[in-house]
Ligand binder design. Structure first.
Ligand code: F6R
Length: 240
């Protein structure tokens, strides 16, 4: 794993974006795995700038998102579908038919998981973007998830629900379940760029580099991948 420690969130965003921009310049039909949450927002802003300056085009780019809440509509402003439109897709020249975001209906949870998983197993993601939870989760693979896990419905931990409550009016509104790529799907990507910023991520980043591979720390599953770039700000690197 390669570690890049940046001065602050802005520098980390520019640094991470460069990997995607360089890839898209080299391969205009690249397949990207994308994440939501606060961590990649600055990076998405850089991609938008680059696209609007005509440096890159998303016309032939295909995307697969990591996860989505269960039990809320795509039209809900807190859905990851809305997040991606607002923070990236509505501002670049992507063909929305090339955008894939998992969605699981209450009535067909397993079927919907299997459908998304089959799609993932039929593509080869060139670059997967990741954030990381304070508890080490990647995607919504919470501690104690098998590293062989493929796309599944997960019950979110109390800690993750509390962390995500900041986006909702009250903690009761935060969905308790999500559909997520499994660790195995994530590890299939050719390259992984993980972004972390702030003190709350310092322990998870410390464990990423220093803890033995163990399902207690989902992020340690990345240790065996041959092409992982970890872009952090000074605070997230403070325990290293
Ligand atoms: C988002 C995702 C999550 C987040 C993680 C960090 O698609 O899969 O693993 O990356 O919860 O979230 P932020 O960036 O909001 O701190």
């Amino acid at each position: 794993m390669k570690l890049l420690v940046c001065e602050n969130y802005e520098e980390a965003s520019v640094t991470a974006a460069k990997y995607l921009i360089d890839l898209i310049k080299e391969k205009n039909d690249a397949i990207l795995g994308l994440a939501t949450g606060s961590s990649p927002i600055g990076m998405y802003k850089e991609l938008i700038k680059s696209c609007q300056n005509k440096e890159i085009s998303f016309k032939n780019i295909k995307t697969y998102n990591l996860d989505e809440y269960c039990g809320i509509e795509q039209s809900n402003e807190q859905s990851y579908f809305s997040f991606m439109n607002e923070n990236l897709f509505n501002h670049v020249d992507i063909n929305k038919a090339n955008v894939n975001i998992p969605f699981a209906n209450e009535g067909s949870l397993q079927e919907d998981c299997d459908k998304y998983n089959n799609m993932l197993n039929n593509v080869s993601i060139d670059l997967q973007v990741l954030g990381i939870g304070a508890n080490g989760h990647i995607g919504f693979n919470e501690p104690n998830t098998s590293f062989d896990q493929e796309t599944f419905i997960v019950e979110l931990t109390k800690e993750t629900i509390e962390a995500n409550a900041r986006f909702f009016n009250s903690i009761e509104e935060v969905p308790t379940h999500a559909i997520t790529m499994g660790i195995k799907n994530i590890l299939n990507a050719k390259q992984i760029v993980l972004i972390a910023s702030g003190k709350s991520k310092a322990q998870a980043i410390y464990d990423l580099f220093n803890s033995k591979k163990d399902i207690k720390n989902p992020q340690t599953s990345l240790q065996d991948h041959s092409n992982v770039i970890v872009v952090v700000d000074k605070e997230a690197a403070s325990l290293l």
